[in-house]
Structure formats: structure tokens, C-alpha cells
Design a binder for this molecule. Structure first.
Ligand SMILES: [Zn+2]
Length: 316
């Protein structure tokens, strides 16, 4: 059995042909060029699926179903993107439009939920409670309970980044103040790095930023690894912000596994060790088995594989 997985991002459309076990057979990506009419974007998706089917050596009719992971509020039951800020979409029938090009069942899922499902399928299958978070430009994620994506009554799902960790704290893109995202995203890390640089003119972070041409999510990490004490301060505090939010999620969901993805997860054990120590020390549960916290394994492929798995599960 073959499935097409499509990860529709603000920058790229990443597509893969995946087998029934979630193994990626071929993949490719094309620029989204968001702002175009959605019909052009969907045509590009279908064209890439056709090219990849050729490469795999199958006909598009051999593909059982396609899954599309899309940022924003998704009506999965009807295959409609109700609203996507990134893609400037409002009530777009993605499934219907895709079927005009390739007439197979199409399933649409929120992109973070799709990525969560991908990580779950490949690395945590059978877990009764599973949480996936992405630390990138924003903080997102998904919750899988008994193998099913948790969506709430309205299909919106879990907005893990928009829970307050500091009342009256930093303003968040959602309109509230003090959200976890406003402290634990890469965007927040860059702000924290700039604040520290402003205070400490002698920090190595200045030299690093100058070499890179800008202050980035790496600046404080690079400085910290070279022993700059202000870099260490920024990174340690940032890890605490991440860990506070994760502790909340562990207390609420008691996940068997919580997996960290997104660009910051590339820090690997350097990130995992202090976060794990904080969570193990601070979570409520003392006497029962504890959540395992791990780094994502699929990285960029989680969205593609997860969208394909969502399509597989929906057509099973
Ligand atoms: Zn928020």
C-alpha cells in the first residue's frame, strides 16, 4: 500500500510517498510561494505527487490516499482549511481541489498534529498518552491519546504554546501576555539574547553575532559552548523556560513519552539533559512511572510521514 504525505508549509511544500508502515520511499519539495491562489498551490502538490509516483515506479492510482498537513484551523472531517494566517487561506477546500488533479481519498490535518502523529507512529507506537512539541519560530505541538489525535470538540486541537507561564509577562502573537511561546520559541530566544547583549558589552555573543551578520537562535548557544558566562546565563534561563512548560504538559497529560522537535531540538543532549533534570525534579508525580523525554527522530520528515499516516488511519 502506498500513501502520499504532503507537508504544506509557509515556505515549502514537502511531499513524500510513504508505505503503510510509514517508511518514506521518495520525497521532494517545491517552494510554496504563499499568497498565490490556492488552486495553484494545490496543483503543485499534485504535480510533485505524480513525479514521485513515477520515481517509485507506481501509478497515482496505486496510491491509496493522500494526507495534507496544513498550518492553521483545519476541518479534518471535510478536508477544509478554515483559516491559515501563514498561507493567507480562509475556508479553502484543499481536499476537493486536490481531487481535481488526482482522484483519491484526501485527508487534511493540522500540520503540528500531523507531525505529532508521525513521531508517535515511528517512535512511540502503543503509548497511551503521547505529547509532541516543536520549538521553532513559535511553540506548537500535538497530543495523541490512545493512538488518536486530541482535537477538542471543535477540531482545533491542543495549542500547547499558548498557555501562560508568566502572568502579565511578554506579549504573545495570540494577544495574551506571558504565553509559553513568548519564552520558549526561537523568536523569544533571540529577544533574550539581544537583551543580554545590551547589558553585557563584553560578552562573546557580540563577536559571534557580528561574524554571523545577525543575532540568531544559535548566538547564545555558540557563546555558551565557548564558555562565555553571559551566553551560559541566556541558555540556562532559556532551558528553564522550556522545562517549565514541559513540566506543565507532563503534569496534565502524564505522557509515556514527550518528544521535542523543531529547530532547537537539533541541540540534542545539550538541551535534553538540563530539561530532563528540571522536569524529573519538578513534576508532581513522585511514585509512579515517569514520562520519558526524548528528541524527535524524524525532524523535517515528521510532517510528511504524519500526513500520510493520518490518511492511512482515516482510510483503514
Ligand atoms: Zn499566546
Amino acid at each position: 500500500m502506498y500513501y502520499a504525505g504532503i507537508d504544506l508549509g509557509g515556505t515549502n511544500i514537502a511531499v513524500g510517498i510513504v508505505d503503510e508502515n510509514g517508511k518514506m520511499l521518495e520525497s521532494a519539495s517545491v517552494p510554496t510561494r504563499s499568497g498565490r491562489h490556492f488552486s495553484e498551490i494545490v496543483k503543485d502538490m499534485a504535480d510533485v505527487v505524480k513525479q514521485l509516483a513515477d520515481k517509485v515506479g507506481i501509478s497515482v492510482n496505486d496510491i491509496t490516499a493522500a494526507g495534507i498537513g496544513c498550518p492553521g484551523s483545519i476541518d479534518s472531517a471535510n478536508g477544509v482549511c478554515e483559516y491559515s494566517n501563514n498561507l493567507r487561506m480562509r475556508h479553502v477546500d484543499l481536499a476537493g481541489e486536490f481531487k481535481k488533479h488526482i482522484d483519491i481519498p484526501v485527508y487534511v490535518e493540522n500540520d503540528a498534529n500531523a507531525a505529532a502523529l508521525g513521531e508517535y507512529e515511528m517512535n512511540a507506537k502503543g503509548s497511551k498518552s503521547f505529547v509532541f512539541i516543536t520549538l521553532g519560530t513559535g511553540v506548537g505541538g500535538g497530543v495523541i491519546i490512545n493512538g488518536e489525535i486530541f482535537r477538542g470538540f471543535n477540531g482545533v486541537g491542543a495549542e500547547l504554546g499558548h498557555t501562560v507561564i508568566k502572568m502579565d509577562g511578554e506579549p504573545c502573537t495570540c494577544g495574551r501576555k506571558g504565553c509559553w511561546e513568548a519564552y520558549a520559541s526561537v523568536t523569544a530566544l533571540i529577544r533574550q539574547t539581544k537583551e543580554a547583549m545590551e547589558k553585557h558589552k563584553d560578552s562573546l555573543m557580540h563577536e559571534i553575532a557580528e561574524k554571523e551578520g545577525k543575532v540568531s537562535g544559535h548566538t547564545a548557544f555558540l557563546a555558551a559552548k565557548q564558555g562565555d558566562k553571559y551566553g551560559v546565563e541566556v541558555v540556562s534561563k532559556y532551558f528553564e523556560y522550556i522545562a517549565e512548560g514541559i513540566t506543565n504538559l507532563v503534569n496534565i497529560f502524564q505522557p509515556e513519552k514527550l518528544v521535542i522537535g523543531g529547530s532547537i531540538s537539533k541541540e540534542g543532549d545539550y538541551l535534553l539533559k538540563p530539561v530532563n533534570e528540571f522536569v524529573q525534579k519538578n513534576d508532581y508525580n513522585r511514585y509512579m512511572p515517569k514520562a520519558k523525554i526524548e528528541i524527535a527522530q524524524l525532524f523535517g520528515d515528521a510532517g510528511i510521514i504524519g500526513a500520510a499516516i493520518a490518511a492511512r488511519n482515516a482510510t483503514k
